[in-house]
Design a protein around this ligand. Sequence first.
Ligand SMILES: Cc1ncc(COP(=O)(O)O)c(C=O)c1O
Length: 422
Amino acid sequence: MSVTLVPSLPTRSGAAPAPSRSLDVLGVPGEINLDYAASAPCARAAADAVTELLPWYASVHRGAGALSRHCTLAYERARQTVGDFFGARAEDHVVFTRNTTDALNLLARALPAGTTVVTFAGEHHANLLPWPRGSVRLPVPADPAGAVRDLAAALTELRRDSNAALPVLVAVTGASNVTGERWPVAELARVAHRHGARIALDAAQLAPHAPVDLLALDVDYLAVSGHKLYAPFGAGVLIGRADWLDPAPPYLAGGGATSHVGPATHDVTWATGPARHEGGTPNLVGAVALAAVCTALAEADRAGLAAGEQALLARLRTGLAALPHVVELRTFGPDAPRVGIVSFVVAGRDSAEVAAHLAAEHRIGVRDGLFCAHPLARRLLTEAAGRTGRRDLPPTALRASIGLGSTTAEVDRLLAALAALG
Ligand SMILES: Cc1ncc(COP(=O)(O)O)c(C=O)c1O
């Protein structure tokens, strides 16, 4: 990772602050939030870090004053923390972005000429739409092993048909935002590398639920959204190999992205390193919030947290399966590993109306629609109709998603509310 280590930040009293490590999440009593997959609630660690920073708030990389230097250190320390948390290699760049969409668009703009991108049709739009014409979209496989087989076959064919020297990027999600099902990232990375391709991981939905380590998974690029990782305030990150990022056109041309600008219109030398793609004043607060959550998660018992989430997820799915008028959507089969996300339909009921009813009558927040994954969601709705033989399934779905702070009582309230619709 191309950042220099920075010392602990000073406080007004001169002492290094003790960072908050609380993974409690903020919320409003009485409001049941089962929509973590859209935006997770704010972790106390993030809120505390921001509160602590705000008196110092000033420019980043732009000022000589004490406040500005403090903020520059905080920003670069956040970069280091986030990179370390995600297992960045020494030579990787850690580029702060707005979110996962922004990170994947940045990567799309940095692809070397002639790159072919290979994705699956099960991806979120953020990992379908940024890629250039000529990209290959593989059908949604029946199971994780099928994904690995299909990718191997597609890359073999691609390498046979095209110049073997041309770059190929495989872009996959770690966990589906529709079904929560986990994708076999490490296996897909092995296949990609065996065929001389690189792999980018959309970790937007996986990172909030499980450790994601670039090095351990052997992925080349990783994209994450802070707001799904209990760190609102608008930061995300792209981490990955510098050799595609450094020669690429700057993602945002402007101040901060240059090392020299001369008098002629195009007399400009662009910076290398993360700064090249972070033109304009950076989102210090978002970066610090994200780093605070990374620190808190790094020190948490993640296996224990995951076990609690899986128990709650099992309760939710078992409860839904017991309702004859509710049908779960799934890609890989009922027992595939998944994170705390479930999509379903209520037979004979419009999903938007059900979501509005849950909000108005039960103060339960869920998502409805096609979840910015239209090809996958439509396919799964068709599959659900075929599997159940029902002709009264609606054309859009509902999604409940859980995480830190979710409780049995909340899940039971949702199940009871849905049962009453039968
Ligand atoms: C799997 C996945 N990838 C990417 C995104 C895009 O995230 P953002 O809206 O934060 O850019 C989402 C958002 O729901 C997602 O679920």
